[in-house]
Ligand binder design. Structure first.
Ligand SMILES: [Zn+2]
Length: 245
C-alpha cells in the first residue's frame, strides 16, 4: 500500500495478519478501544485511524477478511418507517463508498461483535455478518441514503434493512438514516445539499411527519452529529423546504 509505518504503536503488517482472522475485532481490541472507537480530532490519531480504515477497505475489496456466510437476521424487528434521522459523515465528502462501508464494518459491527451480543444473539468470536447486500456484496453501511455536496445522492441500504445508526435500537427499527457527506461539525451545508435531502424525503417518505425528522444528536445526546449548526439552524431550513416544496 506504500503507507508509512514509522510509529512503534502502529504495526501495519501485524494488523494485516490479525484482520485475516474472523475474530479480528478481539485481536485488535486494544487498538480499537483507544485509537478508533473514541473519535478524537488529535491529528496523529486521526491519521492512524485512516491508515487503518484504508487497510480494511483494501482487504475487504480483496476478500482477505473472513466474513460470515450466514448469520442472525438482524432485521427481524424492522417496523414501518415513521422516523428520519439526519447525519453528517464527518469525513471527506468525496470518500469512496467502499471506505464508508469499511468504516461501518469497523465501527458499528466491530464494536457490537466485540461486546459479544447483538440483540440477544451471541456473536462472540464469530465472523462478522450484516445480512445487508448491495450489488451482490455484503455491506456495512449505517445509513440508507447518502447526499453529496453537489446535491447528487446514492442509495446505500434498502429500507427493509435496519441501519445501525442512531444509538437507539427502537429508533433504528423504525427509521431511515440520511447522511450528508462532509464535515458539518461547525458549519452548515449548502442549500442544494439540504434540498437534495428534502427531495429524498418527499419522494420516498412523504408519510413521515415533519415532527419525526431528527438530527442524530437529538436521538443520542452523546454525539454532536450532524454538527452544532443543525438545531435552530439548518434543521429549520430543511423543515421549511419540506413544508413548502
Ligand atoms: Zn450521526
Amino acid at each position: 500500500m506504500g503507507l508509512a509505518n514509522d510509529k512503534s504503536s502502529f504495526d501495519l503488517d501485524l494488523f494485516r495478519k490479525q484482520l485475516q482472522y474472523p475474530n479480528w475485532y478481539i485481536r485488535l481490541s486494544d487498538f480499537l478501544n483507544t485509537k478508533v472507537f473514541p473519535i478524537e480530532d488529535n491529528p496523529e490519531i486521526k491519521t492512524e485511524r485512516h491508515i487503518f480504515y484504508d487497510l480494511v477497505t483494501q482487504m475487504l475489496e480483496e476478500n482477505l477478511i473472513s466474513l460470515a456466510k450466514e448469520g442472525p437476521n438482524f432485521d427481524k424487528e424492522r417496523k414501518p418507517i415513521d422516523t428520519i434521522v439526519i447525519h453528517h459523515s464527518d469525513e471527506d465528502p468525496h470518500m469512496k463508498l467502499d471506505k464508508l462501508s469499511a468504516i461501518g464494518f469497523i465501527r458499528q459491527y466491530g464494536s457490537n461483535y466485540l461486546k459479544g451480543e447483538v440483540n440477544g444473539n451471541n456473536v462472540k468470536g464469530q465472523p462478522v455478518w450484516s445480512g445487508h447486500f448491495r450489488n451482490g456484496k455484503m455491506v456495512f453501511f449505517a445509513y440508507h441514503h447518502i447526499v453529496f455536496p453537489n446535491g447528487k445522492n446514492k442509495r446505500l441500504l434498502e429500507d427493509k434493512y435496519i441501519g445501525w445508526q442512531s444509538g437507539d435500537w427502537d429508533i433504528n427499527t423504525r427509521s431511515v438514516a440520511i447522511v450528508l457527506a462532509g464535515d458539518y461539525k461547525h458549519k452548515s451545508p449548502q442549500d442544494n445539499q439540504i434540498n437534495a435531502v428534502v427531495d429524498i424525503i418527499k419522494q420516498n417518505y412523504p408519510f413521515v411527519s415533519l415532527g419525526r425528522i431528527f438530527g442524530h444528536r437529538e436521538i443520542n445526546p452523546k454525539t454532536t452529529c450532524p454538527g452544532d449548526q443543525f438545531i435552530g439552524g439548518w434543521k429549520n431550513t430543511l423543515l421549511e423546504a419540506a413544508r413548502t416544496k
